[in-house]
Design a protein around this ligand. Structure first.
Ligand code: DAH
Length: 339
């Protein structure tokens, strides 16, 4: 009996199976009710009493070893199986789709860069503002139509708190805490109570520029405007200034550039005039300087403000303003090359 156990032990230790069926066959051969080990167990009662102890021990050892071997083979199969199905260590990683710069950011950065070369530094202010910084400090009369509910988003519980309607509010934010020379460029989002369509939105983006120092004149403004237009739209670009009105500038003007789509010949975009309006500007009204703690007898300045969407439309001919805020990557990806 001991010899038989020894022989089985040797067999068991070298068991091999190359698939699940072979393994099951081994389990049946050795460990099932009709298996070799159970046969020996059945013979155990015939073993002489003085040998029972040793034979019993060896039988148990054989049973444990067989069980262990079969378990080990099963485990090897399991891990091999899942490895071949799910885990390919040679596979390359999933490509990460990189985002692209938003066209409005591309144009905003270009504007900031042009003014940055002229010594303007960036200033920012809050989008949720108070009436003072958006209107009163900028010389808007109490009954100015821009304060009307139609244009401005008010907060019912706090009539003094509004969403800024223009980035000119940053002018007063900066003036109230600093003295000239002031040379700032203020990019940001603004809000107006407009019906959303292809040509108007309830929020859009502006860039404001402000320069205050001794002896700043309209000539300085005009030179900066011309330089900006040529840098932004090309060296052949022409500008023209038309008299206009803004509460915070006196005199005020609106600037047109020669239409960069038709080169000034006339097209639907410029309504066949050859010119397109791109910004408002003027000399800072002395009332604004005084309201914000700057001595208007010593200092003068100019300001200008433009819509980033408008400049972007001119550069890229985007026909529907809503595209800018829809986050459709098919639209946004087209500007990749311009990055
Ligand atoms: N704040 C004006 C607007 O939203 C734009 C503007 C016009 C800004 C003239 C200026 C300026 O600084 O001088 O329509």
């Amino acid at each position: 009996m001991i010899a038989k156990i020894k022989q089985l032990l040797e067999e068991v230790e070298t068991l091999k199976a190359s698939n699940a069926e072979e393994l099951e066959a081994l389990r049946i051969k050795y460990l099932s009710k009709k298996g070799a080990i159970n046969d020996l167990m059945a013979d155990f009662r015939n073993v002489a009493a003085d040998q029972k102890k040793e034979v019993g021990m060896r039988l148990n050892e054989l049973k444990t070893k067989a069980q262990e071997r079969i378990n080990a083979l099963k485990e090897a199969f399991d891990s091999q199986d899942s490895g071949s199905c799910d885990l390919d260590l040679t596979r390359s990683a999933y490509p990460v789709d990189l985002g692209t710069r938003h066209p409005l950011s591309i144009v905003k950065n270009e504007i900031i860069d042009i003014f940055g070369r002229l010594g303007f530094s960036i200033a920012e202010g809050p989008e949720i503002e108070d009436d003072w910084h958006v209107f009163s400090a900028l010389n808007f009369a109490e009954d100015h139509p821009a304060r009307d509910m139609q244009d401005t988003f008010f907060i019912e519980a706090h009539p003094d708190i509004i969403l800024r309607t223009h980035t000119s509010s940053v002018q007063s934010r900066v003036m109230e805490v600093s003295q000239p020379p002031i040379r700032i460029i203020c990019p940001g989002r603004v809000y107006r109570n407009e019906a959303i369509s292809y040509r108007a939105h309830c929020f859009f983006h502006q860039v404001e520029a402000l320069y205050i120092d001794k002896d700043v004149s309209f000539t300085d403004l005009k030179q900066v405007l011309l330089l900006f237009a040529k840098e932004m739209f090309g060296a052949d670009t022409k500008i023209r200034l038309r008299p206009s009105y803004f509460p915070f500038t006196e005199p005020s003007a609106e600037m047109d550039i020669s239409c960069n789509i038709c080169g000034g010949k006339g097209c639907p975009f410029c309504k066949h005039t050859g010119w397109v309006e791109i910004l408002g500007c003027g000399m800072v009204d002395p009332n604004v300087l005084e309201s914000n703690g700057i001595d208007s007898k010593v200092y003068s300045g100019y300001a200008l403000g433009m819509g980033i969407e408008r400049i972007t439309n001119l550069k890229y001919q985007v026909k529907d303003l809503r595209m800018f805020s829809e986050n459709d990557t098919r639209f946004l990806k087209q500007f990749e090359a311009a990055n």
